[in-house]
Write a protein that binds this ligand. Structure first.
Ligand code: NAD
Ligand code: USQ
Length: 405
C-alpha cells in the first residue's frame, strides 16, 4: 500500500515509517520540523540524540534498501498538501502531524489559538485534498483517549446506544477534554465525522492512550534510526519522564494525589495497532473509532513500577508527589473499552516492567543529555495561567508509602 505519514519526523512518525516499510508498504512522509522547535522553546532537548532529516533519510536507505520519500512543508498550507497528494497519490494517510501537548497548549492565548489553528486547519486541508484527489483512500487520524475525559461511567469506542424519553439512538459518546490541545482533537473528530458523512470518505479515528518507550525492533542498533525521547513538562509523557527522573536522581513525580488513571501503550504496540488499522480499512463512507491502548494504569502505580525496575538495575530513585499544575480529577472511575483492535488481532505486549527496563538501559547512556536540561523536569505551566514552578508536596494518605532507597 502507498502510505503517507503526516508528521514523519515525530516521536511516532519516524518509527512508523520503518515499521511499515519493513512490512512491504511504500511510505512517504511530511513534516516541517515543528516538534524540534517546540522542545527547544521549552528549554529542552531529546534525551536520545536525533539526526537531521538528511542523515535520517540516508540511514533509512542503507538499512531498508529503499528511499523514504520526504516532503518538507506545512500541513496548514493547502497548496503544499495538494501537491504532496498529487505527487504521491496515497492509498492511506496516517495523520500524526499535529501539536500533541496539553501543557504547551495551555501556556497562554497565543499557544492556545496557535494549537487549534495548526491542528484543525491541517486536518481540514487533508480532508479536502482527499475528497478531490484520492477519495478512496483511508485516513487513519490520531485522536486521543483524552477526548473522552474521565466520566463516571464506562467509555465505549466512539459511539453508544442511548434511550432518552422513550426513544433510542446510537450517538457519539460525549467528549469532555481537559486541555485546549485535547479540545482540538475533539473538533477534529467532529470534522472528520462530517467529511465522511457528506463526501463518503473513510476514516479510522484513533483514540490513543499515552505512549512510552525508546525503541522498536526495526531500529536495530543503528543510532541514526533512533526516535526522539522528550522529558520536559510539555513534550515528555508520564512514564518517559519518570524514567528520565529515575536515571538522573530527580524525584519521580506523580502530580497531586497521583491517582489519575489513563490508558498506556508501548511505542511498539502503537506501531502494531496503527498497522492493523491501515491493513483492515473501513468501508467507503465509514467513520469508525478505535480506542488504542494496552492497559489502564494509575499514575502512582506506574511511578512505583519505574522505581522498582530502576532499583533492580541498581539505580537509586525516589517518588515524591508534586503540586498538580493541571486541573483534572486525581481520583476517579475509568473504564474504557478497547475491543476493536483486539478483535482485529492486536497482541498487546505483556510486560510493562520489561519495557521500562529497556528504557532505563537506553537512558543511562544518555544521562548527560538529561542532566544538562534537568530543570525542565519540574513543571511550571499551570492550567490557571500562572507560570510558577510546582513544589513537592506530602503524598496523599491513600498513596502507598514507597520506601526511599
Ligand atoms: P510529535 O510532535 O513527535 O509528532 C508530530 C509531528 O508533526 C512533529 O514532527 C511535527 O513537526 C509535525 N507537525 C505538526 N504540525 C505540523 C504542520 N502544521 N505541518 C507539518 N508538520 C507538522 O508527536 P507524537 O508524540 O509523535 O504524536 C503523533 C500524534 O499522535 C499526534 O497527533 C498526537 O496528538 C497523537 N498522540 C500521541 C500520543 C503520545 O503519547 N505520543 C498519545 C495519543 C495521541
Ligand atoms: N503526570 C504526572 N506526572 C508527570 C507527568 C504527567 O502525574 O510528570 C500525569 C498528568 O497529570 C496526567 C497523566 O499523568 O494525569 C498523563 O499525562 P501525560 O503528560 O503523560 O499525558 P497527556 O498530557 O494526557 O498527553 C499525552 C500526549 C498526548 C496524548 C495523550 C493521550 O502528550 O499527545 O493525546 O497523552 S491521553 O492521556 O490518553 O489523552
Amino acid at each position: 500500500m502507498r502510505i503517507l505519514i503526516a508528521g514523519v519526523d515525530g516521536y511516532l512518525g519516524w518509527p512508523l515509517s520503518m515499521y511499515l516499510t519493513k512490512r512491504g508498504h511504500k511510505v512517504a512522509g511530511v513534516d516541517n520540523y515543528y516538534r524540534r522547535d517546540w522542545v527547544q522553546e521549552m528549554g529542552s532537548q531529546s534525551a536520545t540524540p536525533i539526526c537531521k532529516m538528511t542523515e535520517r533519510l540516508e540511514a533509512f536507505h542503507e538499512n531498508f534498501g529503499t528511499n523514504l520519500q520526504f516532503f518538507k512543508g506545512d500541513l496548514t498550507n493547502y497548496n503544499f498538501v495538494e501537491n504532496v497528494f498529487k505527487s504521491f497519490r496515497p492509498e492511506a494517510i496516517v495523520h500524526l502531524g499535529e501539536m500533541p501537548s496539553a501543557p504547551y497548549s495551555m501556556i497562554d492565548v497565543e499557544h492556545c489559538t496557535w494549537t487549534q489553528v495548526n491542528n484543525i486547519v491541517g486536518t481540514l486541508n487533508i480532508l479536502y485534498v482527499m475528497r478531490d484527489i484520492c477519495p478512496d483512500s483511508h485516513l487513519v487520524k490520531l485522536g486521543t483517549m483524552g477526548e473522552y475525559g474521565t466520566p463516571n461511567i464506562d467509555i465505549p469506542e466512539g459511539f453508544f446506544e442511548i434511550e432518552y424519553r422513550g426513544r433510542k439512538d446510537k450517538l457519539p459518546f460525549p467528549r469532555q477534554a481537559g486541555s485546549w490541545y485535547h479540545q482540538s482533537k475533539v473538533h477534529d473528530s467532529n470534522n472528520v465525522t462530517f467529511a465522511c458523512k457528506i463526501w463518503g470518505l473513510r476514516s479510522t479515528d484513533i483514540m490513543q492512550g499515552v505512549v512510552f518507550g525508546t525503541r522498536i525492533d526495526e531500529m536495530g542498533d543503528d543510532e541514526r534510526l533512533l526516535t526522539r525521547f522528550d522529558f520536559d513538562q510539555s513534550f515528555g509523557t508520564a512514564i518517559n519522564r519518570f524514567c528520565c527522573q529515575a536515571v538522573t536522581g530527580e524525584p519521580i513525580s506523580p502530580y497531586g494525589k497521583g491517582h489519575q488513571k489513563r490508558g498506556f501503550l508501548p511505542l511498539r504496540d502503537s506501531m502494531q495497532c496503527l498497522t492493523i488499522a491501515l491493513e483492515n480499512p473501513p468501508a467507503v463512507g465509514e467513520y469508525r473509532v478505535f480506542n488504542q491502548f494496552q492497559e489502564v494504569y494509575d499514575i502512582t502505580e506506574l511511578a512505583e513500577k519505574v522505581h522498582k525496575v530502576a532499583n533492580a538495575q541498581g539505580i537509586e530513585s525516589e517518588i515524591r508527589n508534586i503540586e498538580n499544575p493541571r486541573q483534572e480529577l486525581e481520583e476517579h472511575y475509568y473504564n474504557p473499552d478497547h475491543k476493536h483492535l483486539l478483535d482485529l488481532g492486536y497482541k498487546p505486549s505483556q510486560d510493562v516492567e520489561s519495557e521500562i527496563g529497556i528504557i532505563l538501559q537506553d537512558l543511562i547512556r544518555w544521562r548527560d543529555r538529561i542532566e544538562e536540561k534537568r530543570e525542565v523536569l519540574i513543571p511550571d505551566v499551570r492550567w490557571d495561567g500562572r507560570r510558577e514552578k510546582c513544589e513537592y508536596i506530602e503524598p496523599d494518605e491513600n498513596v502507598k508509602k514507597v520506601r526511599l532507597v
